[in-house]
Design a protein around this ligand. Structure first.
Ligand SMILES: [Zn+2]
Ligand SMILES: [Zn+2]
Length: 337
């Protein structure tokens, strides 16, 4: 199976986190956290349509400036989500620059920011053409764990405890559509943007007689959705990508994380300390590698990717990885009885 979503940590485990999730069949990406993003090309940064920030400690949010620098002057709306106080943080960032020449840009970047709290979702819009000063009052919606819902996928959140509220994120692909290349060829069809229309029609559950303008070797080739689905598509369960960082190990967090990460295909988990330093981990509201592995195992995750290690382990990174993986295997064994 060739997955639609390709997550990759932008940096080494000792650097400021950002999980970049590339959409393989669209010129588009989303990010979990905006730590150091200098390793991302401008082209990749411009693919971002949605950014989800776990919390605004500087190691998770300092990349906002780089993002803003690259996206400025583009005709683009970017949705950005964060925890309690997020609108104040965004406004603080935007207020730190002078925008008197912003009118010179022909195209206007628009940031649509949402603060996620237990009381509700609070959204405000900041447009470059307005010098990033909001025109309308903040829009309030009831509390929801669903932040983004599109035909092909959903992004959900869970509010966790890091001494402050900190968001965990999950990208859930609704189902996965594989295209049978050999079937395409035998029907005289060629890949192209029309495959996106085809997939979108399936995700949106459109009627079987919907006409899709498939691309043939000699031009357009209209076919029904049903005919195409039967002949060129294989539908499998979608993938689930979960990102958990900067959380204290307590009962409430553990229960929430195990439930949230259940059966994740890829589970990215902070592993800031070794378990021999679990008192420091607890005082700093972080996990140990052992605790991360244990929760990943209890959640029956298919794959654990430990990240966000304390720089104190630079010379012994293997120890952190091994501790997380051993604990993961052990807890998984128990969970599966
Ligand atoms: Zn951190
Ligand atoms: Zn933090």
């Amino acid at each position: 199976m060739r997955p639609n979503f390709h997550p990759s940590l932008v940096n080494d485990v000792f650097e400021d986190p950002c999980l970049f999730i590339n959409f393989l069949f669209e010129n588009r990406a989303i990010a979990f956290d905006l730590g150091d993003i200098h390793n991302l090309s401008s082209r990749d940064i411009l693919k971002l349509t949605h950014i989800f920030v776990s919390h605004t400690h500087i190691d998770h949010f300092a990349g906002f400036d780089r993002f803003l620098r690259i996206a400025l002057g583009r005709d683009k709306t970017v949705h950005i989500f964060g925890p309690r106080n997020f609108l104040t943080n965004i406004e603080g960032k935007l207020a730190s620059y002078t925008w008197n020449l912003a009118d010179n840009y022909e195209k206007s970047l628009v940031l649509r920011a949402t603060e996620v709290t237990t009381e509700g979702l609070y959204t405000q819009t900041y447009a470059c053409r307005d010098h990033f000063i909001p025109k309308d009052p903040v829009r309030q919606a009831p509390p929801s764990c669903i932040l983004t819902e599109e035909p092909g996928f959903t992004v959900k959140t869970v509010i966790l405890d890091h001494g402050i509220p900190c968001l965990g994120f999950c990208l859930d692909e609704r189902f996965h559509i594989n295209i049978k290349k050999d079937a395409l060829t035998s029907m005289g069809l060629v890949p192209g943007p029309w495959l996106q229309d085809f997939k979108k029609a399936l995700y949106e559950n459109m009627p079987p007689d919907t006409i899709i303008n498939a691309r043939g070797e000699k031009g357009e080739h209209p076919l029904t959705l049903e005919k195409l689905a039967d002949s060129i598509a294989v539908i499998t369960q979608g993938q689930k990508i979960v990102y958990i960082t900067d959380v204290v190990f307590n009962r409430s967090n553990r229960e929430k994380i195990v439930l949230f990460a259940q059966n994740a295909d890829q589970l990215f988990m902070e592993s800031y300390f070794l378990d021999s330093e679990k008192d420091i981990a607890s005082a700093k509201h972080h996990l140990t590698a052992k605790q991360a592995g244990e929760m990943a195992g209890m959640a029956c995750a298919k794959k654990l990717i430990p990240f966000h290690f304390s720089p104190r382990y630079t010379a012994c990174r293997d120890l952190v990885e091994i501790e997380a993986m051993e604990s993961f295997a052990q807890a998984m064994g128990k969970a599966q009885g």
